[in-house]
Design a protein around this ligand. Structure first.
Ligand code: SF4
Ligand code: F3S
Length: 441
């Protein structure tokens, strides 16, 4: 579990947004697929079942209500029972849980639609909300997020003004310690915290966030802005915007990216329903099951990186052959997320599959530290355990003893290819000069 210190976001540009969990001095946990509940798997299942039984009793009127709930919701969207079972198995494996959890994940998703929610919108573009409410063909994760029992959400709720405010206060009171708080957007702290005012009373975003965080069962910062400040906090940060963990003492689970992947949001919420606590987090407050892998390590273009085959201009032959996008600025080697594994829109696409490099949208301060997005980070200092190198040396330095050979091979292959192409063009030029000479004669 993350503690307060590990869970803090990078606060200024000197903090290292490329840090890995291993770098953190407080890194003292080991990954526990049984979620630190008990050592005995049977005991773990027993406790999870007890929790699910209790929540079902609390949130459903009877068996018919419980069994028909998600089924009815999904049938409105053409999702069959079979699709839902397949999706539960997919989410179970994405969460790195054993398969025996799959039916329990389905039960937890059902309970999730009845758990009280408060969803706050701070300084942002609402891209995370838009990403799941505007989908033409929503996935089960997006449908579930559409049907969660939101008691307060400025962007979609029917009540307005004082009525809306009263609803938030009432939810906090009525469901003390049980409601899920999701915050979208950065929190401006400028003008003594009055840089953003919301609602009929003109309360500041900072005040509302603090008040609502106090009694939440769990707190989730969705998207890069809520997690680390995102674009509102980009230099010169005129509103002194910060991530949620900077304004509350409560533990915050960060689900960064722009927008956050609905699989990672629903998976984190399902884990809370299953075990009653936050997932294991990395040093930047992100669930380990979703953010412990570097995109570069699981990218389907990685073979081309190692073979020295790069896209060098948009639309060139390399682009058509889906070569590596590193030379076009891909930040996959410095970004921790699971986009290359779970993808977006249920396996449909993610930036590299669409033909553009990763811009590092799940890393703190990506707007300042990862730009220019379409140029390799040639001058960036990439700080990794026992490695300090510029990005151009990164491929060799990062991969360690075994990988170094591969990367060296990659670079050698790249250099060799460049030399060969130089030789070919020189030869072509000399042939054409000879032809010109002959023609002159
Ligand atoms: Fe994939 Fe980017 Fe790594 Fe290339 S640099 S292999 S495109 S993640
Ligand atoms: Fe963002 Fe990179 Fe994934 S840009 S969506 S972290 S591939």
């Amino acid at each position: 579990m993350g503690n307060g210190k590990r869970n803090r976001a990078a606060k200024n540009e000197n903090d290292n947004p490329f840090s890995t969990p291993e770098e953190d001095n407080n890194f003292n946990f080991k990954w526990d697929p049984l979620r630190n509940i008990a050592d005995d798997p049977d005991e773990v299942l027993k406790r999870v079942d007890e929790r699910l039984n209790g929540l079902e009793k609390e949130y459903f009127n009877d068996k018919k209500d419980k069994d028909g709930n998600l089924e009815n919701i999904f049938s409105l969207h053409g999702v069959t029972r079979r699709d839902f079972i397949k999706w539960s198995a997919f989410l179970t494996s994405a969460m790195m849980l054993p398969y025996v959890f799959s039916p329990r994940v389905a039960r937890a998703a059902n309970i999730l639609t009845r758990t009280p929610f408060i969803w706050l919108d701070m300084a942002d573009c609402m891209g995370n909300t838009e990403a799941f409410i505007r989908t033409a063909h929503p996935t089960p994760a997006e449908i579930i997020l559409n049907y969660v029992s939101v008691d307060y959400m400025e962007s979609i709720m029917a009540p307005a003004g004082y009525q809306a405010e009263a609803r938030r206060v009432e939810t906090v009171k009525k469901h003390k310690g049980k409601y899920i708080l999701v915050v979208e957007g950065a929190i401006p702290t400028g003008l003594n915290g009055n840089d953003l005012t919301i609602g009929a009373k003109g309360d500041s975003g900072m005040k509302i966030t603090k008040e609502t965080s106090k009694d939440a069962g769990i707190i989730i910062a969705i998207g890069n802005c809520a997690s680390y400040g995102g674009i509102p906090a980009a230099r010169p940060n005129p509103t002194s915007a910060v991530g949620l963990s900077s304004v509350t003492n409560r533990q915050v689970i960060n689900i960064p990216a722009c927008p956050a992947n609905p699989v990672n949001v629903v998976g984190t919420l399902v884990e809370y329903i299953l075990v009653g606590k936050a997932p294991q987090l990395d040093s930047l407050g992100r669930p380990l099951w979703a953010y412990s892998g570097r995109l570069h390590d699981n990218c389907y273009r990685r073979g081309h990186f190692e073979a020295g085959e790069y896209v060098r201009h948009w639309g060139d032959v390399g682009a058509k052959k889906q070569y590596c996008l590193y030379m076009m600025g891909c930040k996959g080697p410095f970004t921790w997320n699971n986009c290359t594994v779970v993808e977006y829109d249920q396996d449909i696409s993610f930036p590299m599959r669409a033909g553009h490099g990763c811009i590092g949208c799940s890393q703190p301060l990506f707007w300042d530290r990862m730009t220019p997005f379409e140029k390799p980070n040639a001058d960036a200092k990439i700080i990794l355990p026992m490695v300090e190198a510029t990005a151009d040396e990164f491929g060799v330095a990062l991969l360690g003893a075994a990988g170094a050979g591969i990367a060296a091979h990659a670079i050698y292959t790249g250099v060799k290819k460049k030399r060969e192409s130089k030789k070919t063009s020189e030869k072509k030029k000399s042939d054409s000069d000879k032809n010109d000479d002959n023609n002159d004669k």
